[in-house]
Ligand binder design. Structure first.
Ligand SMILES: C[S@@+](CC[C@H](N)C(=O)[O-])C[C@H]1O[C@@H](n2cnc3c(N)ncnc32)[C@H](O)[C@@H]1O
Length: 200
């Protein structure tokens, strides 16, 4: 685990009330255009900040795979599930470049606040392409660079949306679109196939 990975010992920060103000989950979820029955993977799910609202959106009939490197994060999410009336979240300990998810099994993959923590973006994109259905979409949410103090990783760890967009386009993803979300973040979306444009 590299030193950019957000440690489970800090997990309570992911669920702070302030975070819901500067990164409203609903604003992101709306952009994802989820519908009942969809199968979603939340890679780097952490404590489930996006997993839980996504699971509500894809019910009934859909499910969310919550994948994370750290079992401690998944244990916190598991604890939340006991209090929720949701039975469509599956927890998986795994590495973003080797998730263990089946081929062509997902309609959407969310990578939220993990892009700057990854060592091998090309390997993760290849894994996402393997797991997504032909019309499947990827959504990469991460931190906009900033020179002024704010929550989140140091500026030198942040990867601009333009760089993500460039890599997706060069790797053959289509309909690549970038949006600002919340106070400090961006969301880049793209399609695995060539003929589709992401919904907004
Ligand atoms: C900053 S947290 C974000 C959690 C959640 N997506 C959110 O926005 O609240 C990043 C998460 O990604 C996980 N992570 C980092 N590198 C990973 C990798 N290579 N494979 C799987 N998970 C990883 C970390 O364990 C951590 O739980």
């Amino acid at each position: 685990m590299n030193d950019r990975v957000f440690r489970a010992s800090e997990a309570s920060r992911l669920d702070s009330p302030e975070r819901r103000i500067w990164l409203p989950p609903d604003e992101v979820i709306e952009r994802l255009a989820l519908t009942p029955g969809m199968v979603v993977a939340d890679i780097g799910a952490g404590t489930g900040y996006f997993t839980l609202p996504m699971a509500r959106q894809v019910a009934p009939g859909g499910e969310v795979y919550a994948v994370d490197l750290q079992t401690e994060m998944l244990a916190i999410l598991d604890g939340k599930l006991a209090e929720e009336e949701l039975d469509n979240i599956l927890l998986m300990q795994g590495e973003a470049s080797r998730t263990g998810l089946r081929n062509t099994s997902c309609d959407l993959i969310l990578l939220a606040n993990i892009w700057h923590e990854l060592d091998d973006h090309a390997a993760v994109l290849a894994e996402c392409r393997r797991v997504l259905r032909p019309a499947g979409r990827i959504a990469i949410l991460d931190w906009r660079p900033s020179k002024t103090p704010q929550p989140g990783p140091p500026n030198e760890h942040r990867i601009p949306a333009e760089e993500v967009t460039k890599l997706l386009t060069a790797s053959g993803w289509s309909g690549v679109m970038a949006f600002s979300v919340g106070a400090y973040s961006y969301l880049v979306m793209a399609c695995a196939g060539s003929a589709n444009t992401p919904s907004t």
